[in-house]
Write a protein that binds this ligand. Structure first.
Ligand code: HXC
Length: 514
């Protein structure tokens, strides 16, 4: 066959494959506000950077109606490309082909690109849009999922793994995203659940819509499974492009340095925290008052809002922020906020990102609900992750640091490298009111005017303990600083920590309170 004929044959083959599941299925996809799998990849990657592999893959299933049935690319597109000129590996499930269901070849394509990402030490991005295990392929589909989960685990902490949920992600399929670092969801499009409405109706006799069961906001605000929420696919891709500017491409590297920039003047750090310790404020304003261009890229914005986590830059370097949020439940630590902070600390530690902690909390949340929900086990995660983290750890106590909260929030005792406190910091076993009621109970009860005595004892306790100077005398706090000095001191602390080197006892791995 002359070469130009062969080339024509290739073009025809390509064209057939590029039609995916056909016009009708594509129309249905578009009507739902969804792009096709290839369109998604092209929208996310740099222009003209995508290189596709295994376009002509075919399944070998024989059962049911599968013999001879062609499923273009077997319902998943894989390849490599670049984002902001840096390489990434990517797969996108094609719902127009057998509902993006996962059979053996489909899973082999995914695991091929996963192996490639790990070998080349480049990030892996997975776009999930699938009806789950391909029913006709039986146990081969389940085997495929197992192979994916295994690789997610091997790659964890070595390369960034991002999961984008752009359609259904049902049954065991949800566990691959759950094993990755960050999950992105889109309003009205993302649906994640183990057992769908059909099963719930059959087994439990309850009616629930897919949206209420596992829609984008459910996973952003209630379950904590999702890290980023967007209103459209475009917004979601913009979030990914932004995230990748903050993180390194693998665990051997640091994040890219940017040109330093000053915070915006509108964030005046001296005026954010009210003098009255009972009044709330938005800790994100404090973060924006110290970051370059006042930029803060928040992670899990809608879940466990009493804890704020996310990325920013200080003098051009990426840092991770962990901060109590006084605007939400006074910033207490509870089951969910402990989980949220602990996982993020481990992310930063795995990927060489210094951690800055802003402390202002009255301690762990008391109550039967929290105790029975396992606040001991969950609360321990934050202790574990701070203690284990060897990246530079810098802590600033803005106001309250009471009890277990003081220890947990990146204290010197969990090996913070630098601990600073603002002059209004109150570092004590518990709040002055509670403390005075307990240790001066008899004096208060026996006083002529118990209320006046109580107030006097609260003041006594405050003067003696609820300040930063007792901790500063002991060296638990390195320096008491004025708020306006914070950015300068953070810049300095990060610059002297660039070559931090500590070694941990040799072990296979620890046993964190998962
Ligand atoms: C084979 C599937 C499929 C599947 C969908 N399709 N899911 N084919 N295996 N799992 C096919 C449909 O037959 C249909 O083919 C096409 O994809 C589009 O599906 P529709 O149902 O028309 O789409 P829609 O109405 O949008 O509904 C989407 C859906 C629904 C909600 C995802 O398809 C659905 O409930 N699918 C089954 C989900 C499920 O129970 N999966 C198994 C989970 S168990 P045609 O040819 O008609 O276009 C599991 C175990 C994994 O995943 C465990 C790992 C540890």
């Amino acid at each position: 066959m002359p070469i130009n004929k062969k080339i024509r044959e290739l073009h025809e083959k390509r064209e057939r494959v590029l039609k995916g599941g056909g016009d009708k299925a594509i129309e249905k996809q578009k009507a739902l506000g969804k792009r096709t799998a290839r369109e998604r990849i092209l929208s996310l990657l740099d222009h003209d950077s995508f290189s596709e592999y295994d376009m002509f893959a075919e399944h070998e299933a024989r059962d049911f109606d599968m013999q001879g049935k062609s499923l273009p690319s077997d319902g998943v597109i894989i390849g490599t490309g670049t984002i902001s000129n840096a390489p990434v590996a990517i797969f996108a499930q094609d719902f127009t082909v057998a509902g993006g269901s996962l059979g053996l070849m489909h899973s082999r394509k995914i695991t091929k690109i996963m192996d490639h990402a790990l070998k080349m030490r480049i990030p892996l991005i997975g776009i999930n849009d699938s009806g789950g295990a391909r029913i006709q392929e039986g146990v081969n589909s389940l085997a495929g999922y197992g192979e994916i989960f295994f690789r997610n685990t091997l790659s964890s902490g070595v390369i960034p793994q991002l999961s984008i949920i752009l359609g259904p992600c049902a049954g065991g399929a949800v566990y691959s995203p759950a094993l990755t670092d960050f999950v992105f969801v889109v309003e009205n499009i993302s649906k994640m659940f183990i057992t769908g409405p059909e099963v719930i109706r059959t087994v439990l006799g309850e009616e629930i819509s897919m949206e209420d069961l596992g829609g984008a906001m459910v996973h952003s605000a209630i379950t904590g499974n999702a890290h980023f929420y967007a209103r459209s696919e475009d917004e979601c891709f913009d979030q990914i492009k932004q995230l990748v500017t903050f993180i390194p491409w693998n665990n051997q590297n640091k994040a890219r340095r940017f040109d330093p920039a000053e915070p915006l003047a509108e964030y005046n750090i001296d005026e954010i925290v009210p003098d009255d310790p009972t009044l709330p404020y938005d800790v994100k304003d404090v973060i924006k008052a110290v970051t370059d261009s006042s930029e803060f890229f928040e992670v899990q914005e809608f879940w466990a809002r009493n804890m704020v986590i996310g990325f920013g830059r200080i003098n051009g370097d990426t840092v991770g922020f962990v901060a109590n949020q006084p605007m939400e439940m006074a910033g207490v630590l509870d089951v969910d906020s402990s989980d949220k902070a602990a996982r993020f600390i481990r992310y930063c530690d795995a990927f060489n990102i210094p951690i800055i902690t802003f402390v202002d909390l009255p301690g762990y949340l008391p109550g039967v609900d929290q105790e029975h929900a396992g606040v001991i086990r969950h609360g321990a995660k934050i202790l574990y992750s701070y203690s284990e983290a060897t990246v530079p750890k810098i802590t600033v106590i803005l106001r309250k640091a009471y009890g277990g909260g003081y220890i947990a929030m990146g204290s010197r005792h969990l090996r913070a490298d630098f601990v600073f406190a603002w002059p209004g910091a109150e570092i004590a076993v518990m709040g002055p009111e509670g403390a005075a009621n307990i240790i001066f109970r008899r004096e208060i009860a026996e006083a002529e005017d118990p209320e006046a005595m109580r107030r006097q004892k609260v003041e006594e306790y405050k003067t003696k303990f609820a300040n930063p100077y007792v901790a500063a005398q002991k060296g638990y706090v390195d320096s008491v600083i004025e708020p306006y000095e914070t950015r300068k001191i953070l810049v300095h602390a990060i610059s002297v920590s660039g070559n931090k080197s500590v070694s941990m006892p040799s072990k296979k791995h620890g046993i964190p309170p998962f």
